[in-house]
Design a binder for this molecule. Structure first.
Ligand code: IVH
Length: 711
C-alpha cells in the first residue's frame, strides 16, 4: 500500500502538489512530518521498517515538493530540516536551548576562496585579508551539549535531531575533561557548552582487546566506540570506557560570552575545559592553507581521529552578522582532509589459506602509523592483484586506510625498488600442507582469480577454518569455542574433526587431559564450554548442513536442501546415490529451485569424497538433528538496501550490483536512513562519511564478499 495514495479523491493526500491550496498544503506538511518522523523512529529504535523504501521516498519527495512550492509553510520540525538522525531511544529527551547545527564542508582551495568571498560580501568587506579566522582540528567523535547553571553541571545531551537530544547527564559526568563545576566566578549564569566526545587511540585498542576477551563485539573505529560508550544506560560502564571531551563552542549563554572566538576559546580553557589543539588565529587565506597543510602532516601523530579542520570567523559580531542556515552556520566551515595514506616497505608476503582452500596473499608491512592507527598488514586480495601491480617483497609501497576498510596497497614506488628485487612467485603448493594448488573454471569459461589449495581435510589451515565455521553463530553456535581454543585443542590433538568436539568432555577424563589445569582455563570455563557443546547437540537440520562448510552452500541453500529432504539420513542416502549422474537422485538435487547444477554438483562432490562422507556419518551419531520448515521463500538479503562507493578490486560495480540483487536486496545511489550497508572499495567518496554519520554498517570489500559467500 502506498501511504500517500488513497482511494478517496477528496482527501488532501490525494491531491497533486501543484493543485494544493495553501491551507491544504499546510495540513499536508504537518501530516507528512508526523508520518516521516514515525517511520524514522520505527527504523532507528526497532530496526524495523514498516513501509518500503519506495513508499518512504515518496513521502519525502512530496514533503520536499510542497515546501518548494510554499517555502513560507516550512515547519520547524520539517523532515528536510532535521539535522542528523531523529532520536527515539531508551534515553529521555532534552530540548537544546539553541539548536545544535552541523557544519558544511569544503574540499579544496577553490571551495575555500568561494567561501571567503561569500563571507566578505555578507560583511561588506572588500579585502579578504581583513578577515580574522580561527582554525582548529575537526575531531571525529560525537557531539555533546552540556548545560551549566550558576557554574554547576545540570544536563548533558547528545545532538539528536539538532533540536532535541538524548539525556546523557549521568554519562557525561564521567567523561574526562567535563568539569562538574566551572572554574570561574564570573561565568554566565546559564551556559550551554558544546564539544566533542571522543576516545583516543590507545584506549580504543584496549577496549577492543577487552571486548574480544569477553566474547563481545568489537568496535570498528574510535568514533563508534565513543558513541557506543557514551550511550550506555549504565553510567558505570561509560566510566570504565575512558572517554574525553573537547569544548569547541557554546550554544545559549545568559550573557555575552566574549567578543572574539579566540578569546572565547581561552575562556573555555579557564572554565576548566580541554581545547582541541593545535589551533591558530589566521590573518589571511594563506595562513589557513598553511595551517591545513600542517595538520595533514601531524595528523598521524595525533592521539585521536580527525576528519578535517574547522574555520570559524574570529569576531563574534561578524559571526552574528553572517548568521546561520537551517542546518549549518555561515560563520564556520569544515575543510575535509584527504584519505590517509602512508609509505612503507613490504617485509614479507604471507599466504592465508581459508576454509575452502582460497589462498589470500597478505603483505606484512614495516609498521607504520597512518592516521593514528598502527598498520602492519595490508590485503593483496589475490594472485592477480600481485601480478597486475607487480608487488614484490622489499618494495616501498603507498598504502591507504579509508575509514574502517582493511588497508590496501595502492601502488609500488618503482623508483625505490632495489636492483636485486625479484618478482613474487605465487606458491605452486599450499604453504600449510604442501598440496598442489588449483584455480577453478568459472561458468563463463574464465579461470577464477582465486588460487586454491587442493588439500581439503588434509590441510591444517582448512581444517581449523572449517572447525571455526562449524561452531559459528549460524551453524552449531558453540559459545566459548573461538579460534584460540580451536587451535589449542587442535595442537593438543584433541580436536581433529567435527565429531571430536563432542568427545572432548569424555576424553578429558579418559586421556587424563584435565582442561581445568590448562593455561587460560579454569574449572568454570571448562564447565561452560562443555555445557555449550552439549546444548549444540540438538540442532536444526539446515544448521548442520550449513555447518559442514560445503562450497556454495550458505544458510539459504542449506535451508532449501533441508526443506527438500527433511530428514538427514534420507539426505545422505540421496546425495550418495546422486554421484551417478544418470540417477533420479542427481536430477532431483540439481532441479531444486534455487539450487541448480553448480551448487548441486558441489554438494554431490562433497559427499562423493569418502573421507567427507565418513566424517559426517560419524558426526551425526553424536547429534540430535531435527527438521522444521524454514520458509525459504524470502531471499537471504530481502529488503536490505546497499550503497556502493569506491572501486572494488574483485568485481565490477555492475557485477556487485547483480550479486546484491540476486539475493533480494536493492542497490541505491545515495545514502539515506533507509540504507543498511555501505560497501566501500578503494578511493571511497563522501558517502562513507555520510554513512558513518547515520551509523550505517560499513562493509569492506572483504566483508562484502564474506556476506555474499555466507549465503
Ligand atoms: S563547531 C555550529 N568545531 O563536527 C556548529 N564542530 O560535521 C558548531 N566537530 O556537529 C560546530 N570538531 O560535532 C565545531 N572543532 C570543531 C569540531 C566540530 C568536530 C563536529 C561537531 C559538528 C560536526 C559537523
Amino acid at each position: 500500500m502506498l501511504v500517500v495514495m488513497n482511494t478517496s479523491p477528496k482527501k488532501v493526500y490525494n491531491i497533486p502538489v501543484d493543485k494544493l491550496s495553501k491551507i491544504e498544503a499546510k495540513k499536508e506538511l504537518i501530516r507528512l512530518a508526523a508520518l516521516i518522523s514515525k517511520y524514522n523512529s520505527d527504523y532507528y529504535k526497532n530496526n524495523n521498517s514498516i513501509i518500503s523504501d519506495y513508499e518512504y521516498d515518496i513521502l519525502w519527495k512530496r514533503n520536499k515538493l510542497i515546501e518548494e512550492r510554499f517555502p513560507s509553510l516550512i515547519q520547524i520540525n520539517s523532515p528536510s530540516l532535521v539535522v542528523g538522525s531523529d532520536i527515539d531511544t531508551d534515553f529521555k529527551k532534552v530540548k537544546h536551548l539553541e539548536p545544535m547545527l552541523s557544519l558544511s564542508n569544503i574540499f579544496n582551495k577553490k571551495d575555500l576562496d568561494d567561501y571567503l568571498t561569500q563571507v566578505c560580501k555578507l560583511l561588506d568587506l572588500n579585502n579578504v585579508d581583513n578577515l580574522e579566522i580561527v582554525a582548529e582540528p575537526k575531531i571525529d567523535g560525537i557531539s555533546a551539549s552540556i548545560l551549566y547553571k550558576n557554574g554547576n553541571l545540570m544536563i548533558g545531551s547528545t545532538r539528536g535531531n539538532g533540536f532535541e537530544g538524548e539525556d546523557i547527564t549521568e554519562n557525561i559526568k564521567v567523561v574526562r575533561g567535563v568539569p562538574l563545576k566551572l572554574g570561574l566566578r564570573d561565568c554566565p549564569e546559564l551556559m550551554e557548552i558544546r564539544g566533542e566526545v571522543y576516545m583516543n587511540h590507545e584506549d580504543f585498542i584496549e577496549l577492543n582487546k577487552l571486548q574480544k576477551k569477553n566474547g563481545k563485539p568489537t568496535y570498528s573505529n574510535p568514533r563508534n566506540s565513543a558513541s557506543g560508550s557514551l550511550r550506555q544506560l549504565d553510567s558505570g560502564v561509560t566510566a570504565k570506557r575512558k572517554l574525553n571531551f573537547f569544548a569547541y563552542t557554546w550554544g545559549a549563554s545568559s550573557n555575552y560570552f566574549d567578543t572574539t572566538q579566540w578569546e572565547a576559546r581561552k575562556k573555555l580553557g579557564k572554565l576548566g575545559f580541554i581545547l582541541n589543539e593545535p589551533s591558530k588565529l589566521c590573518k589571511n587565506p594563506n595562513q589557513l592553507i598553511e595551517y591545513y597543510n600542517e595538520i595533514i602532516e601531524i595528523r598521524s601523530s595525533l592521539n585521536f581521529d580527525i576528519d578535517g579542520v574547522v574555520y570559524k570567523l574570529n569576531q563574534i559580531d561578524q559571526q552574528k552578522k553572517v548568521g546561520v542556515r537551517t542546518r549549518s552556520p555561515r560563520w564556520a566551515v569544515a575543510h575535509k582532509l584527504p584519505a590517509e595514506k602512508g609509505i612503507t616497505v613490504i617485509e614479507n608476503i604471507d599466504i592465508q589459506v581459508g576454509r575452502t582452500g582460497s589462498m589470500t596473499p597478505v603483505a606484512r608491512l614495516k609498521p607504520i602509523n597512518v592516521g593514528g592507527v598502527l598498520i602492519t598488514n595490508a590485503t593483496l586480495h589475490n594472485y592477480h592483484e600481485i601480478q597486475k601491480k607487480d608487488i614484490r617483497v622489499g618494495d616501498s609501497v603507498v598504502i591507504q586506510r579509508a575509514g574502517d576498510v582493511i588497508p590496501q596497497v595502492l601502488n609500488v614506488i618503482l623508483s625505490k625498488r632495489k636492483k636485486n628485487s625479484k618478482k613474487f612467485n605465487f606458491p605452486k603448493k599450499c604453504p600449510e600442507c604442501g598440496s598442489a594448488t588449483l584455480s577453478e573454471t568459472l561458468s563463463n569459461g574464465e579461470l577464477e582469480k582465486t588460487v586454491r589449495c587442493s588439500g581439503g581435510i588434509n590441510c591444517s589451515s582448512q581444517v581449523i577454518e572449517n572447525l571455526r565455521h562449524f561452531v559459528s553463530i549460524n551453524a552449531l553456535n558453540i559459545e566459548g569455542l573461538g579460534e584460540k581454543q580451536i587451535r589449542f585443542f587442535w595442537k593438543e590433538g584433541l580436536i581433529k574433526d567435527f565429531k571430536d568436539i563432542f568427545l572432548l568432555e569424555k576424553n578429558n577424563y579418559k586421556i587424563k587431559f584435565n582442561l581445568s589445569n590448562q593455561p587460560g582455563w579454569g574449572k568454570q570455563s571448562a564447565i561452560n564450554l562443555y555445557n555449550s557443546i552439549n546444548k549444540s547437540k540438538k540442532v536444526e537440520m539446515y544448521r548442520l548442513i550449513y555447518a559442514l562448510g560445503i562450497r556454495h552452500v550458505g544458510v539459504q541453500t542449506a535451508k532449501l536442501l533441508s526443506d527438500y529432504y527433511k530428514d538427514i539420513s534420507f539426505f545422505l542416502k540421496e546425495v550418495s546415490l546422486a554421484s551417478d549422474k544418470k540417477t533420479k537422485s542427481y536430477i532431483d538435487i540439481i532441479s531444486i529451485d534455487g539450487v541448480g547444477p553448480k551448487i548441486g554438483n558441489s554438494v554431490v562432490n562433497y559427499f562423493n569424497n569418502k573421507q567427507n562422507f565418513e566424517l559426517v556419518k560419524r558426526l551425526i551419531d553424536h547429534l540430535d538433528i531435527f527438521y522444521k520448515f524454514t520458509n525459504t521463500s524470502g531471499l537471504f538479503l530481502s529488503d536490505k538496501v546497499f550503497v556502493l562507493t569506491g572501486s572494488l578490486s574483485n568485481m565490477s560495480r555492475n557485477q556487485a550490483k547483480m550479486s546484491i540483487e540476486k539475493l533480494g536486496a536493492k542497490v541505491s545511489g545515495s545514502i539515506s536512513p533507509k540504507v543498511d550497508y555501505l560497501v566501500v572499495g578503494s578511493s571511497p567518496g563522501s558517502k562513507l562519511n555520510k554513512a558513518k554519520q547515520l551509523n550505517i554498517k560499513i562493509l569492506s570489500e572483504e566483508d562484502f564478499l564474506n556476506l555474499l559467500q555466507s549465503n
